[in-house]
Structures are given as C-alpha cells and as structure tokens.
Ligand binder design. Sequence first.
Ligand SMILES: CC(=O)N[C@H]1[C@@H](OP(=O)(O)OP(=O)(O)OC[C@H]2O[C@@H](n3ccc(=O)[nH]c3=O)[C@H](O)[C@@H]2O)O[C@H](CO)[C@@H](O)[C@@H]1O
Ligand SMILES: C=C(OP(=O)(O)O)C(=O)O
Length: 420
Amino acid sequence: MDKLVIKKSPPLKGDVRISGAKNAALPLLMTSLLTDEPCRYTNVPALRDINTTVDLLCELGATVKRPAANELILCADSLNSVTASYELVRTMRASILVLGPLLAKHGKANVSLPGGCAIGARPVNLHLNGLEQMGAHIEVEEGYIRATVDGRLKGARIFMDMVSVGATENLMMAASLADGVTVLENAAREPEIVDLANCLNQMGAKICGAGTDNIHIEGVERLTACDYRVLPDRIETGTFLVAAVATGGKIRCVDAAPETLEAVLNKLKQAGAKITQGDDWIDLDMEGRKPKAVQVKTAPHPAFPTDMQAQFLTLNCVADGTGVITETIFENRFMHVPELQRMGAEIALEANSAVSSGASRLKGAPVMATDLRASASLVIAGLIAEGETHVNRIYHLDRGYEAIEEKLGGLGANIKRVKE
Ligand SMILES: CC(=O)N[C@H]1[C@@H](OP(=O)(O)OP(=O)(O)OC[C@H]2O[C@@H](n3ccc(=O)[nH]c3=O)[C@H](O)[C@@H]2O)O[C@H](CO)[C@@H](O)[C@@H]1O
Ligand SMILES: C=C(OP(=O)(O)O)C(=O)O
C-alpha cells in the first residue's frame, strides 16, 4: 500500500485549485438512478470513493462514460439489478444512497447494511424510518436491507429526530418521484444538500427549502437528464487553509466556494490568519504571526463541521495557548490523538473533548490513521514536525483528497508518495 513521506516544510506559498466536493459528488451521481436519460456531471473529483460509486452503479447495470478526467456521463436506462452488494457497500458508507432512488424508480432495492466504521456506529434508522413513512415495506435479513413498495412511494411529513446529511439526501431523492408532497422536518442544511436539490430541480424535481431545516418536495412522475457541475470541496479547502496557518504560510485557494466555509474561516481568523475572499477564491496570510489555539465545537451546518476538527487539533497542538476541540456528531472521532501524541503532541482526552496544551514540538514518526480526516491531520503534522513523517495506510486519504501530494507539493511542501 502507498505511503506519504513528509519532511518539515517551509511556509506554504502559492495557489491551489480546489476540486469538486466528494460529499456533494457522491449523492449527485446517485441521481442518475432516478431517470432513464443520460446525466452529465462535471468537476467530479478523481477519488477512490468516486470509483467505488461508479463500480456500484455499473454493478446495477448503468453505463458510464468518462469523456474527460473530471467528467462522467451516467445512464441508468437499462438496469439489470437492484442489489448493492456487501463487497462494495463495506468500502463506502455513502453506498446507502442508492436505496432511496432505486426504491422510488423501481419499487424495490436490496442494499447491504453499511455497518459501523472507524468514527462511530453510524446507524441508518432515519433513512429506513423515513422510507417506511412513505409507504415502503422494509426488512433487514442476512445483512441486507430489503425494501419494496406497491406502486409509487407516497408523500409524507417526516420528522427526523437527529440531523442527518445522508438521510436528508436519501429521502429527498426518493420523495422527488413520490406521489404527493413530502416535507422533511429537522433536515440537514449542509451546502451539499443544496447542491443535490439544485441538480434534482434541474432534472424536473420540485424541491424548495433546501438549505433550511424544512424541505418541501412535490413529487413528479418522471425526471429527465441533467448537466451539472459539482460544488467545490469545502473540507479540502479548509484542510489546505489549516496547513497554511500551521506552517505560517500565504496561499490562495482558487475555484473555491467561500460562502460554504463561514464557521471554518471564522476559526482561522481567531487563530491569527488574515483572510480575504472573492466569489470563488480565498486568500490566507499569516503575516509572520504564530497561530493561537482555538476552541471548536462540532455541530451540523452552519456550525463547525466534524470533518474539519482533526485538522484543527493538529493546529492547536503547535499554537499558543490551550485549545479545546469538542466533537458532538460522532462518538469515536479522535483516532488521530494517539498518533499525534506519538509525534510529541500534548493532548488530553476528556470525554468528547481533546484538550491541547499548545506549543508542542512535533517530531516526525511513522503514523497511520483509520479514517480520512484523521489522516489529513497527520499530513499537516508531518509538514511542521522536525524530521521525517511516514503517513501509512493512505487508502483513506485517497478516498477524499484528489492528488493531495501534488497539490501540497505545488505549495512548496516537502511531500512524496512512495509505493510499497
Ligand atoms: C458522504 C458524506 O456526505 N459524508 C458526510 C455525512 O455522513 P453521514 O450522512 O453518514 O452523516 P449523518 O449526518 O447521517 O450523521 C450524523 C449523526 O447522525 C447519526 N445518524 C445518522 C443517520 C441515521 O439514520 N441515524 C443516526 O443516528 C450518525 O450516527 C451521526 O451521529 O455527514 C457527516 C456529518 O456532517 C460527515 O462527517 C460525512 O463526511
Ligand atoms: C466521514 C467522511 O466521509 P464518509 O461519510 O464518506 O465516511 C468524511 O468525508 O470525512
């Protein structure tokens, strides 16, 4: 398996182009299952999770064309299966997002239960309860969700007792082809939900309220082709910005979506960064300042995203002052802590908070992480640690960061991928 070898690097400097968002692209590609017409998606990031999604759609019988590196044309006019197998689902939890579209379009779906993962148990009860309220009959047997519906799904008023990005997306796609009006209450408000709703509306869906906690979907009988550009990745953007702050750098993120990153940009300003932004770019300059530790508490959008806390913990470790990172979304998302401690970071875990005492002197070490953002936090640590850091198991990074070593290398980082 490949690893990244990182040496202490100079302050990051220069421009970096932001890729399309993994978490927007995954649900967007699933919209192809809702129509017989070909769907074209651009700004699709080249990631392992995208390849898994393409494999999954092909397993169902969809056809795929890749006219360019970041473009996909998918057509699901002649599916020959409604089963998403364990082999694919276990490698990518977002596979559960085929459930709503398959059920709405074909009246049945068999999807392997995704199970837990490194960051937590991640149940899918909200997805299943919502579909049941829309008239689906659901059984779980032999590790598979077996869902059927007589005729069309029926519109329903669905209150979700937790805010779930995936459940909101699955139910929004299913409701687009349902008979009648669906109202999703306590819906997730992430920018990726808005992106999905915009794409579905381009296909002929009637969705309003995406981006608020109350989404109104008037079902239609059929959806048509789309030609849709994926939203820029706010988590990739935030990761590069944190790396720039940690190294005392000055960078510009281009092709970004600053309006999706407000909570993260506020924390970077508190850490001492000077930030200016335009419609699709963000400039960050540390102007020779040492970063200050920040207090972060994760919560659903528009609050601070859980997918950015690991990177901020690395930053806090080398910043001035005591920092507290509190995780409220996933019960087990501090897997990077022991690895950062091995690099010399002074961190105490107290319930769901990681308290760093600041100004740690990090030293390079062989490290590995079992989830995507934890791996990103170790890459940032490698940039500021004395000596050489080997980040192993970069399988996870490849799920969610397009060409991370090339992009960081372009900013002056001393990083290379080594095949083992
Ligand atoms: C592909 C994708 O977009 N992944 C993102 C998505 O994951 P994902 O959609 O899986 O995360 P959710 O928003 O659903 O999870 C939020 C919380 O709700 C719980 N829950 C969720 C569903 C359910 O049926 N029952 C339940 O209890 C989860 O265990 C978790 O504690 O949102 C997360 C929270 O912003 C991000 O970290 C992930 O990067
Ligand atoms: C947790 C993440 O992704 P997923 O939901 O695909 O596991 C993430 O992107 O940080």
